[in-house]
Design a protein around this ligand. Structure first.
Ligand code: URA
Length: 180
């Protein structure tokens, strides 16, 4: 599967990417985190959430007592959209089968979508972030929640309180489902 994505030419993003970003973490993870798409740092390094937003994500994980290595982190898109523009619906549709396959192989107990675009993409719903937050949905039989994207928290630190509430609920759901 890694090779499949590495050599993927299913959309035009393959022409501008430096590195595809498969995802990182524990292949047997109980918790999976899903972002939107690689940014400039991720495109350079081939790993998700390694820039400023990634540092904040690491802090968020630590706050709810997860090690970065313990969870699996992936994105809706595996390649960077030029100038970090929003993913096109056609790009999401083309790339998401890879994510579904990752979910099928990892079999997480809980999924946390980071931001509106990841939430809408995975839930296949045209809901606002406000409508998605706080609820527990089901995707491919896996309990799924949505919170703010860490990059949005860097721009609007006043949203951190809401994110804190979401991730505590996420950790509780994880613990209930895994018996930890
Ligand atoms: N933002 C995302 O959504 N994903 C990354 O991997 C990095 C930044």
């Amino acid at each position: 599967m890694f090779t499949l994505i590495k050599d993927c030419t299913k959309c035009d993003l393959c022409k501008t990417r430096n590195k595809f970003v498969f995802g990182v973490g524990n292949p047997d993870a109980n918790a999976m985190l899903i972002g939107e798409a690689p940014g400039a740092d991720e495109d350079k390094q081939g790993e998700p959430f390694v820039g400023r937003a990634g540092k904040l994500l690491n802090d968020i994980l630590k706050a709810i007592k997860f090690e970065r290595e313990e969870v699996f982190i992936a994105n809706i898109l595996k390649c960077r959209p030029p100038s970090n523009r929003d993913p096109l619906p056609s790009e999401m549709e083309t790339c998401m089968p890879y994510l579904y396959k990752q979910i099928e192989l990892i079999k997480p107990k809980v999924i946390l979508c980071l931001g509106r675009i990841a939430g809408q993409g995975l839930l296949q719903k045209k809901m606002s972030l406000t409508q998605m937050r706080g609820n527990v949905f089901e995707v491919e039989g896996v309990k799924t929640m949505v919170t703010y994207h860490p990059a949005a928290l860097l721009r609007n630190p006043n949203w951190k309180k809401g994110c804190w509430e979401d991730v505590q609920k996420f950790r509780k759901l994880h613990d209930e489902l895994t018996g930890k």
